[in-house]
Design a protein around this ligand. Structure first.
Ligand SMILES: *[C@@H]1O[C@H](CO)[C@@H](O)[C@H](O)[C@H]1NC(C)=O
Ligand SMILES: *[C@@H]1O[C@H](CO)[C@@H](O)[C@H](O)[C@H]1NC(C)=O
Ligand SMILES: *[C@@H]1O[C@H](CO)[C@@H](O)[C@H](O)[C@H]1NC(C)=O
Ligand SMILES: *[C@@H]1O[C@H](CO)[C@@H](O)[C@H](O)[C@H]1NC(C)=O
Ligand SMILES: *[C@@H]1O[C@H](CO)[C@@H](O)[C@H](O)[C@H]1NC(C)=O
Length: 326
């Protein structure tokens, strides 16, 4: 046991040096075409060239393991914000550090997960540099999926340690492997990484964290443990197979729907899952999951969704009896 643990630790430490220094920030001006791209370590042209308008809220999207800007989630989130307008829209591109490369899935993941540390530290430094240029941290919103959510956490925690606090982090099914359990990084998503940390758990105990880590944690279609989302297949699947990732992916699909289509994921405040089911979703407080979440939201929130778009069920969604069975 000890032997295999120390081997894993050493692997992490050694692979930690595989950071390739290719990360960049991409800033979009009204469309996905021709973004302004700057190295993560020299971000100031974003402000000097007026791609970031410091009067507006700035959204940064961060995708996960082995993903890049052409991935479905990146295109969906970035397009939704561009379409909405009146916000600065950026993508933290860490695709080189995130990719499997020739390592195979497991080693590739260990490499990517350890690289989240360096990417997070450098992103924090980049934000401080932008702050010197006029970016206000009260107008910064990080949105991350999976390992990208953990980068949002590391970035926010790093800034917090230096006395600065970001306004908001939206953490979409934050990655669990190497971020939960005995041998894991401890500086990922947590309630201190921003003033407001809203977390959406769609694959708790699978690819996503099963524990509360936000100021507000949302548990769509939760079943009291490992949860298979409605519309996803049950069973054992190969690592990173489309079927196996189905529940994990829904976190960003729900989120995009709240920017694009409707703010229709009311969720019931409840101390825990047992109370929510016992009371049939009768609650002291209903708030909306997603982009337009109330800044006052605190604690656990439960809801059910449809099994296909539009996923939002409106008021029916707060009642556990309306869960769609697979
Ligand atoms: C953004 O696009 C508008 C119109 O297409 C243009 O006038 C403006 O200069 C562009 N801004 C930047 C920073 O490229
Ligand atoms: C910056 O954003 C503000 C608020 O949306 C807007 O009024 C202003 O025109 C923008 N400035 C530029 C240069 O686009
Ligand atoms: C993004 O990832 C896809 C799928 O892995 C790959 O085919 C594509 O070449 C990558 N694109 C970039 C710009 O890295
Ligand atoms: C509603 O509030 C009361 C009093 O604060 C509390 O005792 C009760 O547990 C709450 N119910 C739910 C479902 O949160
Ligand atoms: C909850 O709903 C079930 C099924 O509709 C019903 O039998 C039960 O009485 C309800 N319980 C409460 C506390 O409302």
């Amino acid at each position: 046991m000890y032997d295999s643990m120390s081997r894993i630790i050493w692997t992490i430490l050694l692979l930690g040096y595989t950071y390739v220094d290719a990360a960049s920030l991409r800033c979009y001006n009204g469309s996905l075409d021709n973004p302004l791209i700057v190295p993560l370590d020299f971000p100031r042209p974003l402000i000097d060239k007026s791609c970031i308008n410091t009067s507006r809220v700035t959204k940064f999207f961060i995708s996960g393991f082995n993903r890049n800007v052409t991935g479905e989630e990146s295109v969906a989130v970035l397009s939704a914000y561009i379409k909405r307008g009146d916000v600065n829209v950026l993508y933290l591109d860490w695709a080189e550090e995130a990719k499997i490369g020739g390592l195979g899935t497991i080693l590739g993941y260990i490499k990517a997960a350890s690289n989240t540390q360096e990417v997070g530290f450098r992103f924090a430094a980049a934000l401080l540099n932008l702050r010197d240029g006029g970016l206000e941290f009260t107008k910064v919103h990080l949105v991350g999926h999976s390992l990208g959510a953990q980068i949002a956490g590391i970035t926010g925690n790093t800034l917090r340690d230096q006395g600065y606090i970001l306004q908001r982090a939206t953490c979409l099914d934050p990655a669990r492997p190497l971020y939960s359990g005995l041998i894991s990084f401890k500086n990922g998503v947590g309630p201190e990484c921003a003033k407001q940390v809203d977390v959406v758990h769609t694959d708790p105990g699978g690819y996503g964290l099963a524990e509360r880590v936000g100021t507000a944690d949302f548990w769509p279609n939760y079943e009291g443990g490992k949860t298979v989302q409605p519309g996803c297949s049950t069973g054992e699947f190969a690592l990173l197979s489309q079927d196996g990732l189905c529940s994990h992916i829904l976190a960003w699909k729900f989120f995009v729907e709240t920017i694009n289509e409707c703010n229709c994921f009311p969720a019931a405040s409840s101390p825990d899952y047992a109370t929510w089911t016992k009371t049939n979703g009768t609650t002291n407080s209903t708030i909306y999951m997603g982009e337009y979440v109330s800044p006052e939201a605190r604690g656990n929130y439960y809801l059910v969704t449809n099994d296909r778009p539009l996923y939002g069920k409106g008021d029916e969604g707060t009642n556990p009896n309306n869960r769609i069975r697979n």
